[in-house]
Design a protein around this ligand. Sequence first.
Ligand code: S3P
Ligand code: PEP
Length: 430
Amino acid sequence: MDVIVRRTEKLEGTIEALSSKNYTTRYLLVAALADGTSTVRFPAHSEDSDAMRRCIAELGAELEEDDEKIVIKGFGRNPKRVAELNVGNAGAVLRFLLAVAALSEDVHFVNTYPDSLGKRPHDDLIEALRQMGATIDDNGGRLPITVKGPVQGGKITVSGEVSSQYLSALLFLTPLLEADSEITVTGDLKSKVVVGQTLEVLEQAGIRVEANEDYSLFRVPGGQAYRAGEYSVQGDYPGSAAILSAAAVVPSDVTVRRLAVNSKQGERAVVDVLQMMETPLTHENDIAVVKGTGRLKALEFDGDAATDAVLAMVAAAVFAEGTSRFYNVENLRYKECDRITDYLNELRKAGADVEEKQAEIIVHGRPQGVAGGVRIDSHYDHRVIMALTIVGLRADEPVTITDAHHVAKSYPGFFDDMIALGANVEWVKE
Ligand SMILES: O=C(O)C1=C[C@@H](OP(=O)(O)O)[C@@H](O)[C@H](O)C1
Ligand SMILES: C=C(OP(=O)(O)O)C(=O)O
């Protein structure tokens, strides 16, 4: 399904933030790895969280759900034998479950998104699991992948250069092994803040992990058990970053509720970034209020601190006065698409003035707006879809985003929320 985004004069209203994707995947996983019964309240409902839900059920977790919660009886350290798992297009879910699969005997991960997740690398995790004794058949570090356990703890080395998800995956697995583990992270760890979310969830699940200050060394005692628990999922900053950035580029009076002020999500930085860009924005008592004027100032920002919000920030910078620079963002190239080259190509089509370096996005702002009048390839990427929607709000001619239904990977209600706020957006069948 395609979406047509037309110039929008004003956004106004109040929405509840969607639930966090990254906390939902983590809480579902630790609940599955516990022996007792856990409750996850306010879980995200999206393709990625559904992928985790489906896979842990196949691995033997018993799930019961209603509108507000999922009650999960875990399988502990003994997942059921399954021949095959399908994680859809969910990167984090795949990486976490590749590690969990090593508790089992022979699990085959299928390749259902050859042009998206099918292109993403997993070599660094595969290599670490091999050091631990796993036998792995892979396709040059990519899907399809078959993992055969068992594995042992001990000294493990993993690269953090491409993704933090490999390290998080090992942190979920190693407490369940008999031996103690010592994980050394080589290279410059990317998306470091997300590892903080992994450690927070592990601690809530009663797991002990010792980490040094720069997250290059972790000691994980073996023989631990996940404690069943009661978890409550907070609002999602990466998805809300798109709403807040949309509200910043046009005149607006938009309130987003349920955005924890003290959240560990790095994408919380969208609030500071928009304020630095001189957007009138307040954030108190977990409520963000944007009273946009459409005027923005350029800025320089280390994007690795807020990986999943960078595309929305860049979309806002398209309309800023001056040149913005988002640096330290090379790992955006290894996402649902190459979020530097592919994304900037689509922005250019829409009329933005952007440049790329290997690890940087440079935006020469156009406060006068962009031409639009184009069809955008969404590259299977929910964050590209949301970002181009922001740009379309201030384009002279309509912007058509093809296959915009892929927004459901993380934020199925994105267009409903945008329409509720007054965005001039319309679904069309091809
Ligand atoms: O651990 C996680 O849940 C995630 C980690 C990040 O990935 P990278 O570490 O690959 O940057 C982030 O972009 C992704 O959406 C979710
Ligand atoms: C990159 C993302 O997710 P994943 O790596 O889990 O596919 C994302 O949500 O933007």
